[in-house]
Design a protein around this ligand. Structure first.
Ligand code: BGC
Length: 353
């Protein structure tokens, strides 16, 4: 079968190759691949900046925003042929650390976790794949065209869960949320924020086009001004940061409401310095009981929450998030950014997506 593979840390090595058909082991589903989403992490891997091949191999099958249809499932697994499924990205470390031992592999402490399509385990960008039933998530059949949005939605479901947990340390009734960045993560964070009944604001650089329309169609407010000005005016109770851009991050941190919570989800590259009034920032954070948290990945509870949220969302809105569908053999197009791209997906030929 055909699969999209890369030699990690080698720029220009992304290629569609023939790889052996997967054979399901005990307790595993065999799945026809429908599509994978492409995200910033995939682009970093393709650029030779991130990623790990499986031990003893040169090439890694990439793809972690999966969507497939079950071909075969073991009896008693809870899955049957034809089910729409997504594979979970991360697996616990082998030690395991305390967090992984408690099914909180998204919070792994020793860094020895593995990730499908990213770190030491083949991903889902292949015409078929296998997955242990316990790491597969069944989707509402209505999500057949958009289910590859589950993984990024799980990432923002975790971010909101972190915000709730931090907020719960004292009386907490957040009203205003600012989401910085209107890429897929920002837009999905806005979707979940609006679902919570918050007054959601989204900030991005673009001034018109699809992103502002998608934000308005959630009942949220779109901004394209400077992050400092927008945040100073709003004084948000919660910020979900999805740009990874230093000036935006520090503008958000400096302008929350008292007891403000800033959740950072954007992974930035090192080497960008900026000058910050550290005393002022520290003073604000201390005197307001503010919190800044980082959040990565998602565990099974977040996937379940994300699956519920997508099942209840307007599928038309979710479909508009997917701005291009590129066949597997033309993968290079999917890795070349275009204006007004939101989410680009690669179709795998295993079905109708
Ligand atoms: C994925 C996460 C993963 C992270 C770091 C992100 O793109 O969505 O599941 O943990 O990259 O590898």
């Amino acid at each position: 079968m055909r699969a999209l593979t890369v030699i990690p840390l080698q720029e220009g090595s992304l290629a569609v190759c023939d790889v052996p058909d997967p054979q399901p082991g005990d307790g595993e589903l065999l799945v026809d691949g429908l599509a994978v989403g492409v995200c910033g992490t995939d682009k970093e891997i393709a650029a030779g900046e991130y990623g790990w091949a499986p031990p003893g191999r040169d090439r890694l099958v990439i793809g972690h925003e999966s969507l497939g249809r079950v071909r075969t499932a073991p009896a008693g697994s809870g899955f049957t042929a034809g089910d729409l499924v997504v594979g979970v990205v991360r697996r616990p470390d082998p030690v395991p650390c305390g967090a992984c031992a408690h099914a909180q592999f998204d919070m792994c402490r020793n860094g020895r976790y593995t990730e499908r399509g990213i770190k030491e385990l083949d991903g889902y960008a292949s015409q078929s794949w296998t997955v242990q039933a316990g790491y597969a998530v069944k989707l509402d059949p209505r999500l057949a065209d958009v289910g590859m949005l589950l993984e990024p939605t799980s990432v923002v479901a975790k971010a909101w869960d972190e915000v709730d947990k931090v907020g719960a340390r004292a009386w907490y009734e957040p009203r205003t949320a600012l989401v910085t960045g209107a890429g897929p993560i920002g837009l999905l964070a806005a979707l979940l924020g609006a679902r919570r009944g918050l007054d959601v604001h989204v900030l991005d650089r673009v001034t018109d086009g699809l992103k502002p329309r998608l934000v308005r169609d959630l009942g949220a407010t779109y901004h394209s001004g400077s992050a400092g000005d927008v945040a100073a005016k709003l004084r948000p109770d919660v910020v979900i940061e999805a740009t990874g851009a230093g000036p935006v991050i520090f503008a958000a941190m400096a302008n929350t409401a008292p007891y403000g919570i800033v959740c950072l989800t954007g992974v930035s590259s090192a080497g960008h310095t900026l000058s910050v009034d550290a005393g002022r920032l520290n003073r604000d954070i201390v005197l307001e009981n503010d919190v800044v948290i980082g959040s990565v990945n998602a565990n099974l509870t977040h996937y379940a929450a994300a699956a519920d949220a997508l099942a209840e969302a307007d599928t038309g809105w979710l479909e508009r998030l997917i701005t291009r569908r590129v066949p597997l053999e033309q993968f290079a197009d999917a890795f070349t950014a275009r204006d007004d791209d939101v989410k680009v997906v690669i179709t795998l030929g295993g079905g109708a997506a």
